[in-house]
Design a protein around this ligand. Structure first.
Ligand code: SAH
Ligand code: TYD
Length: 403
């Protein structure tokens, strides 16, 4: 049943049993991993693409949540720019107030703090929330939902901007989120969020964007329908190139802001591209199977040739690739990553060991699968020595390639 409108959801792909994508077990504690059925479908009525099974939120977002937003220079720049834009365009009244849902380690709010503007991060994962607090950013360690939003409104007053990046698509209970936004948002304020875009996922075959945390794969059409259902208007959309292609949605109370032409234009484009057609989703499923087949075939061939193959970037995305395609330590011996919290652990489900990124230049493997393909430019530049010494990168979206 659709989490937005209650209609029937037509399943279009089943990845089978999958582990939590951001839980990296210790090597000797792999016996009690949590698994769920990762399947995705589209609502026959409101066209919202969503998972068919929901993982309890406390299993995913807790004190040990290992994802640190500030790990990428490009993302630090992206969010500094986002904050500067809010400061320039929205936070101009007397004593403005901005709330961020899913503020993580403070990657966006840091710039707001520097400007001395009143802010609050709402971040349930205690470890990353503490990191930002240590930098003087104001954060409350809790889930954003109707109740917490009402509490914030009572204590801090209305918010001129409510912002969320890569977080709203993680939250099945959007009804509660919108009621919370309604309680907290100033009459003329905006609710702005950005998430991976279904159009890019279909176009680039980025099937690894589908995992436990990504409950929704948004399109402009489905977000407009959801906003309307919960009493708001979608007033603007903007495409972003980060994380493999995203859309930033701007939502406001009805009649408070003009709706830009970009909204209708993108919905028309989605219709033209067949983003509501069953055949599009069937084709996507066929592409996923082809890519996995090609990738495993390549890895087996390289193993037979005696080549050393590693992974780069212990991303949440890679959990879907390794576990769906059946890639274990026999095909990829180790995954290098810069996140200290992942070191000495193993990858969820596949149990490939995770080690510090310095291992790439120290051990000089023949090939590295770029699991963090969304940071391709940054990583290839940083790890130039690997390529200069003859190492080669393997990417798998939009198809399997060696470079
Ligand atoms: N905004 C950051 C972090 C994205 S990761 C970025 O774009 O890089 C998603 C974050 O959302 C996690 O830190 C997780 O703890 C948080 N989160 C999940 N559910 C939430 C909720 N209901 N309210 C607030 N934050 C939530
Ligand atoms: P990311 O692709 O941003 O997200 P997700 O986990 O949601 O799929 O994760 C990037 C991962 O790659 C993270 O574990 C840090 C790692 N990384 C490196 O090892 N080196 C780098 O230069 C960068 C940018 C990231």
């Amino acid at each position: 049943m659709c989490r937005i409108c209650g209609s029937t959801v037509g399943e279009f792909f089943d990845f089978g049993r999958q582990p939590l994508s951001d839980t990296f077990p210790e090597p000797d504690r792999v016996d009690d991993e949590f698994f769920f059925r990762l399947a995705v479908g589209i609502c026959e009525s409101c066209a919202m693409v969503q998972l068919l099974e929901e993982v309890p939120r406390d299993r995913m977002f807790h004190d040990g949540y290992p994802y640190h937003s500030s790990g990428s220079a490009r993302m630090r720049e992206h969010f500094a720019g986002t904050a500067r834009r809010f400061l320039r365009e929205e936070l101009t009244a007397d004593d403005p107030f901005i709330v961020e849902i899913g503020s993580n380690d403070g990657v966006m709010l840091r710039t707001i703090r520097d400007a001395g503007v009143r802010h609050l991060g709402v971040e349930p994962s205690g470890g990353v929330a503490d990191l930002s607090r240590a930098e003087g950013i104001r954060v409350v360690t809790t889930f954003f939902e109707e109740e917490s939003a009402r509490r914030i409104r009572a204590e801090d007053g209305p918010a001129d901007v409510i912002f969320a990046a890569n977080t709203i698509c993680h939250i099945p209970y959007l009804d509660s989120i919108f009621r919370g936004v309604d309680a907290l948002l100033a009459p003329g304020g905006v609710f702005v969020f950005e998430d991976p875009y279904l159009g890019d996922i279909l176009e680039l075959n980025t099937f690894d964007q589908i995992y436990d945390e990504h409950f929704y794969l948004f399109s402009v059409n489905s977000v407009r329908a959801a906003a309307r259902r919960f009493g708001f208007d979608l007033v603007d959309v903007q495409r972003l190139s980060v994380h493999g292609g995203e859309v930033r949605y701007t939502i406001a109370r009805p009649g408070t802001r003009p709706v830009t032409a970009a909204v209708e234009a993108m919905i028309a484009e989605e219709r033209e591209r067949g983003m509501l057609d069953h055949t599009t989703f069937e084709q996507f499923g066929a592409n996923v199977k082809r890519i996995c087949g090609d990738l495993v075939e390549l890895l087996r061939r390289l193993r037979a040739e005696g080549k050393r193959v590693v992974g780069y970037g212990a991303t949440a995305k890679s959990a879907t690739v390794t576990n769906y395609c059946g890639i274990g330590p026999d095909l990829v011996e180790v995954v290098y990553d810069t996140t200290p919290a992942k070191h000495g652990r193993v990858m969820p489900g596949s149990h490939i060991p995770v080690r510090p990124a310095s291992g790439l230049t120290e051990t000089r493997p023949d090939y590295a699968i770029l699991f963090a393909w969304n940071h391709e430019e940054e990583i290839k530049q940083k790890e130039k020595a690997f390529h200069d010494a003859g190492g080669r990168w393997i990417t798998y979206v939009p198809d399997v390639r060696i470079s």
